[in-house]
Design a protein around this ligand. Sequence first.
Ligand code: IVH
Length: 675
Amino acid sequence: MDDDLRARVDFLREALAYHQYQYHVLDRPEIADAEYDKLFDELLQIEIEYPEAAGENSPTARVGAAPLAEFEKVRHRRPMLSLDKCTTIEALEQWVERCGTRLATDQPIALTCEPKIDGVAVALQYRRGQLVLAATRGDGDEGENILANVKTVGAIPMQLLGSGHPELMEVRGEIYIGLEDFKAFNERALARGDRPLVNPRNGAAGSLRQLDSRVTATRPLTMFCYSLGWAEGGWAPQTQVEVLERFSSWGLRTNPMVELIQDTTKLGQYLAKLSDQRQHLGYEIDGAVIKVNDLNQQRLLGSVTRKPRWAIAFKFPAEEATSVLEEVVFQVGRTGAVTPVARLQPTFVGGVTVTQATLHNMDEVKRLDLHIGDRVWIRRAGDVIPQVANVILNARPDDATPVRAPTHCPVCSAKIVRANDEVVARCSASRDQCPAQLKEGLRHFVSRLALDVEGLGDKLIEQLVTEKLVTNAADLFTLSRASLVGLERMGEKSADNLLAALERSRKTTLPRFVYALGIREVGEATALALARHFFTIEALMEANLEHLEAVPDVGPVVALSIQQFFALDDHKDLVRALQEAGVTWPEVEREDAQAPLAGETWVLTGSLERFNRSKAKALLVSLGAQVAGSVSKKTAVVVAGTDAGSKLVKAQELGIRVISEQQLVNLFEENNIAL
Ligand code: IVH
């Protein structure tokens, strides 16, 4: 490659980086897309011809690279913390006051106020201005290197602009998808027949989890940078404002709504303004973040239990809007539970269009005195399913009709019954008799934590049930190639794949099998506890209430539900049929009576600092303990972390031994468990 060409490559790179910045960071493109593409293609051509010209951080790397086998783990040099929250101005003012007390100053504390972006936190490392690493938050101490994915985000410079870059620094911020981009992306996805993204936050998180960065490159991600993780070699900023100003001068995208406030009385104004603007920002926020501006003061304030004392999140109340109730439909679940769902006139609430809301149960419908045609308040908080909060009674039209509880299952027409003390109404048909229950039961049976049958999706289940090829879970294992190939959209290859997946899932484990049965109240954790306690399915099927209640975390309600399940001949037959169809599992290992904590049930409560809960749990299990979620007479020991609440109180009431996190650490160390 000659000097002229080298110079051309440098020119193209710089030009492309500049135009990317104008477009993605400043939102002020100076050239048309086609012109940009021309420059891009020219560079790409040269790089193909002269592979030595292709640097890692070339603008051409934005299109993504070959898929990774897995993400590399990265330990954060300084933990990525979470934030304390408050919801009232009073609480916010108290926080400012506490900062003053801790800093022993009666001078006003300068604060920055910023929107709290609802996206995914990431940490970017720049070495002498070059992007060299990008990590997810993970558990705060250890995340994953998602550099290949992050390089596809146009707003993130691979090479910083300007000068004066430190030797190495970590920039932290939030990657998100803007609302317009989200809508446009989903419209395109639907037009292609692809699955749309559930919501912007989920979409951002899912996109960053892709092992194939070429997929990430198709997602409209962008980023706001909001804090400095750390810096070494040549930059020691004094304030948060200085950090953000420098970030922008280096081409890092920062939020234009950041304000410096010298006076606490201005906090309310800022929050009111932000709340007013919320609908027009073009991205989802769930509140504001207030930070102490002076970085030295931040250091003095420090942090407690993974939350800094120098910052706090002010959360906006859940978002509300009104709509009109058009219809109430009744959905039948796997256990026959009948759930009313409100169909609504489409309404835009907090960035998404809502057309349905859950009504939970008939009691809720009664409480609301819901009528078809009513104008209702819809509330949506973050990711949760929208809810009908209230009815606007004086807007009720004359022809509004009350919502009546169905007397018969909308799917199989069996009677709907409601046990005296239960809120839930249920279809009285057995699972095999009601197609809705059967479908939901099968969905559960093949789900990932159950038998994990790959490729058996909702549509296929629907067909199998409608065509009566499957009347219970055991029938899945008798499906033949010939019967499958006759189904819609089922080629020979897919049929073979499905049969192979079923074959694989025949070999399972007892906990998965118990969970897969779909017994009411028996989740994954309870299934595990049951398997560990009874060792065989036969013993579980024969257990009486007393035996069942001896299992950690199994109380009277769960015990009764298990007993009732196996009292039905249909269910006993199902278990037998599944075993006859070749579903097997290895024998459950008998608890090692020698294990130090054999036979003991432990409970963890409060937050732990040295490890996360699942790690602590796994370590306890490795010592032979069973770990339960609630404290009862069966509990041997409760480990109380910071902010332990009602479980600690209960343990004290019952006189159960309580130990600290440090004592737990000591126990692990005594047993040669390295942390
Ligand atoms: S500062 C010490 N600033 O909120 C915490 N965080 O609840 C440093 N977030 O994990 C975070 N917008 O993902 C900060 N302007 C902002 C933010 C922000 C959103 C997220 C961030 C963090 C979470 C904490």
